[in-house]
Write a protein that binds this ligand. Structure first.
Ligand code: GLN
Length: 493
């Protein structure tokens, strides 16, 4: 049985262009799917039904009038609720922004709207993008469509789950230490973290500004390439965005990886990696070898310090970025007691956010700055140099995205350190500013395993070419979660 929400973006795009399908039909199919499964998945904080249908009607009208619209015109997608949308509530899944309606759009939103994308709504996340399970949302946890008792990963768990469940054709998330790639791995979606500076951060509510990067979720590499192409590129409103021309990512998808040099980092294996994950990555390595890639071992010796350095640098930056939520300018405002600012923050921020602010202010305080923050920045340089050396010999690096498959809701929520270790293999790429992707690479006991491909800065074309070549000879990405096929019988009265 085939449904409209089964279509990939590129398939739907062709039907829309030939007018075999209307944007309204396609949007309705996704809104119906949301209605069918959302009580179980809970991927969305806000569904913008009326706006979506209005946007879809506009696209259909313009197409009927003969306008030459781009390939994404009429494609329904979802946005992580950390991306500012003009006139649409943007909460960061935090009580402190629960009622915040931005007066402007993020640059990525402007670009998607210009491309004619239909926005379905805003997706749930760990509060302020801090977490690896989406359980830190102040509103509700999102469930993994592959097993509703498990987490979808995080912090972009809502975006990942929405794409995995067929509620959206694609989505945007943000990746500071793995928050696009790790939920991608846990939900069997393609999830890309672009090079730092490739996609504008203007209107991305800041967590850790030197690490944050917006990236797409999709169901295959081609669709991810289309979404990246639409949002990438220099933006004068973001001083860290890089004036580097945007290549034609679709043209990079040649299917040919002969002679591509793929390194397998020794440190991204072993302890902590579940056997089922290791086995899937080993098979993925063989697949690339069979496609003609040259596989070799390499070493990234400072990997073991990555998580520690990240948990100094990211909280330090977060503590500065979150100082703006004082109940005075916007967001929650509690005029209680002698110290309304403290009252607002006490009630407005959740436990993990408070933990990060405390860690960050401590690491930056006089007397500790040199011992913690400065040391962490030095480690960051060493990690970057590890990659520089590895990329002298290899075009790409291949590893597990996450050491484990999706874990049970509640399993790690009381153990921050166990939660932080989800990102051992994703964090180094953010510290170095390089590009990475997670692609479906098989299943372990019925749960998805993601393979991570890393490339030097601006190596997105190589990453996408390899991911696409892999998907031409595998079908992991075409599987749908069985947990949602049993219709609504599990609903309680
Ligand atoms: N899980 C990591 C953290 O909690 C990464 C989050 C992210 O990439 N936004 O900080």
């Amino acid at each position: 049985m085939s449904e409209l929400w089964h279509l990939t973006i590129s398939e739907a795009s062709e039907r829309l262009r030939s007018r075999a399908l209307s944007a309204v039909e396609l949007t309705r199919a996704h809104l119906d799917r949301i209605r069918d499964v959302e009580d179980r998945v809970r991927a969305f904080v806000t569904v913008t039904d009326a706006l979506a249908l209005g946007a879809a009607e506009t696209i259909d009208r313009r197409r009927a009038e003969g306008a030459d619209l781009g390939p994404l015109a009429g494609i329904p997608i979802a946005l992580k609720d950390v991306i500012a949308t003009k006139g649409i509530r943007t909460t960061c899944s935090s009580k402190i922004l629960e009622r915040f309606v931005p007066p402007y759009n993020a640059t990525v939103v402007e670009r998607l709207e210009a491309a004619g994308v239909v926005l379905l709504g805003k997706t749930n996340m760990d509060e302020f993008a801090m977490g690896s399970s989406t359980e830190n949302s102040a509103f509700f946890p999102t469930r993994n469509p592959w097993d509703l008792a498990r987490v979808p990963g995080g912090s972009s768990g809502g975006s990942a789950a929405a794409v995995a469940a067929g509620e959206a054709m694609g989505a945007l998330g943000s990746d500071t230490g793995g928050s696009v790639r790790q939920p991608g791995a846990l939900t069997n979606t393609v999830a890309l973290k672009p090079t730092y500076g490739r996609v504008s951060r203007f209107g991305l509510i800041a967590f850790a500004s030197s690490l944050d990067q917006i990236g797409p979720f999709a169901r295959n590499a081609r669709d991810a390439a289309m979404l990246l192409g639409a949002v990438a590129g220099y933006d004068p409103l973001d001083s860290t965005s890089i004036p580097e021309p945007v290549p034609d990512y679709l043209a990079a998808l040649t299917g040919d990886v002969k002679g591509l040099r793929i390194g397998v980092p020794r440190e991204y294996a072993g302890e902590g990696v579940e056997p089922g994950v290791a086995a899937a990555i080993e098979r993925a390595t063989q697949t690339f070898r069979a496609l003609g890639a040259e596989i070799g071992e390499c070493s990234l010796p400072h990997t073991r310090y990555g998580v520690a350095a990240y948990y100094i640098i990211a909280p330090a930056e977060a503590s500065a970025n979150l100082a703006r939520y004082d109940g005075v300018k916007y967001g929650l405002s509690l005029a209680e007691g002698d110290d309304p600012v403290a009252a607002t923050r006490a009630a407005g921020f959740g436990a993990e956010v408070k933990r990060r602010i405390m860690l960050g202010t401590y690491a930056l305080s006089a007397g500790y700055y040199d011992a913690y923050y400065l040391q962490a920045e030095k480690v960051r340089t060493l990690i970057k140099e590890d990659f520089d050396l590895a990329f002298e010999r290899f075009d790409l690096l291949l590893s597990p995205t996450s050491p484990t498959v999706a874990f049970a809701i509640g399993a790690k929520i009381d153990d921050p350190y166990a939660m932080y270790l989800n990102d051992v293999f994703t964090i180094p790429a953010n510290l170095a500013g390089i590009a990475g992707i997670s692609i479906p690479a098989g299943f372990s006991e019925g749960l998805p395993v993601g393979a991570q491909l890393l490339a030097p800065r601006f190596g997105e074309p190589t990453i996408l070419r390899a991911a696409d070549a892999f998907q031409r000879v595998t079908d992991f990405h075409q599987h749908w979660p069985a947990a949602l096929t049993a219709k609504k019988t599990r609903r309680r009265g």
